[in-house]
Design a protein around this ligand. Sequence first.
Ligand SMILES: Nc1ncnc2c1ncn2[C@@H]1O[C@H](COP(=O)(O)OP(=O)(O)O)[C@@H](O)[C@H]1O
Ligand SMILES: [Mg+2]
Length: 374
Amino acid sequence: MDVEITDLQLHYGDFHAVKGIDLTIEDGSALVLLGPSGCGKTSTMRTVAGLETPTGGRIAIGGRTVFDAEQRINVAPNRRNIGMVFQSYAVWPHRTVRQNVEYPLKVRKVARAERRTAVEEILELTGLTEYAERGASQLSGGQMQRVALARSLAMSPSVLLLDEPLSNLDALLRENLRNELRRIQQESGLTSVYVTHDQAEALALADKIALMRAGRIVQVGSPSDLFESPTDSEAARFMGFENILPIADGDTGLRLGGRPIAPAATDDGDEIEETVGEAPAASSAAGKPAASEFLCVRAENVEILPDGEHGATPATVSVATYQGRSVEYDCHLDGGQRVRVKASGATPRYARGDAVGIRIGADAGRVLSGAARA
Ligand SMILES: Nc1ncnc2c1ncn2[C@@H]1O[C@H](COP(=O)(O)OP(=O)(O)O)[C@@H](O)[C@H]1O
Ligand SMILES: [Mg+2]
């Protein structure tokens, strides 16, 4: 069922945690709430479940209002028909997998034969058939999360809410289960809201991503919208653009991607020497106004070239890290700016201290404004 959130507000005492969220989650689709820790993802999700009472706004599930501040409607959590999966494993350790999954159906007094069929279907869907008779405490973390999910699915919820369900798992398992979750969501056609701070997880699991920052939604779009066209420099940083270079108002003698680049702030790193003497006028760090525009470029879209290459900007390699299929370089330009480069190919061609050239193609990056102050 679709979920409609309108001007949602939530305060914890004086603290304004959710600041007017509007969001529609279409029937059968997966929405991911993405954002840094503390931005209000869990709070927003808990209001949908009825576990927090908003201080304003409206929430409707399948066209039925479950919360409305003005009309004083607040449907109890157990009457919203919502399934939830959390970071911690909510399973009964002393029961078998089958008993865990069957329990919600028993509570609902579903007839025995029907219950059987439903349990088999859900075990199959969640890849648990072969573990059905195993005690839940004998399972790995990933399997326990499958059981928690299976149990939520057994309740035939209108909406499934998942709050960082993979964050306790190790990297490989996390990736496998992530793909499984996407398959299960698509096969079951269940409307779901998934909370995470991990952009890779969001890209893999979402039909639509809502990017949150400090209690607000700053961008809503498809995974590729967010990946390719972040709304501002802060969104770009969060979506993995490694280079966010402040663009200068006037000519600074340094151009990258066809834009004049501002000198680095002098407190940017310990390796950067104070600019003295006839340095560009803007370099007094204290009084310098923050740039309003930024050239945002992914490390793989920056070229690293031999020193003296025509059209390249001189730089010095400060770190080269081998990454298997690629090599990552942290370079410093003469103005102190750090530029990260990811070069494909497994052999490091440059080492710390090498003089190199940096090039950013005119269409390799995005020019974005800085984040608006909340
Ligand atoms: N019960 C609470 N009482 C007071 N402040 C809270 C409570 N729960 C969360 N917060 C605060 O609200 C903000 C958002 O929290 P949360 O929704 O948990 O963020 P996220 O899930 O995005 O990490 C944070 O600053 C957090 O400290
Ligand atoms: Mg949270």
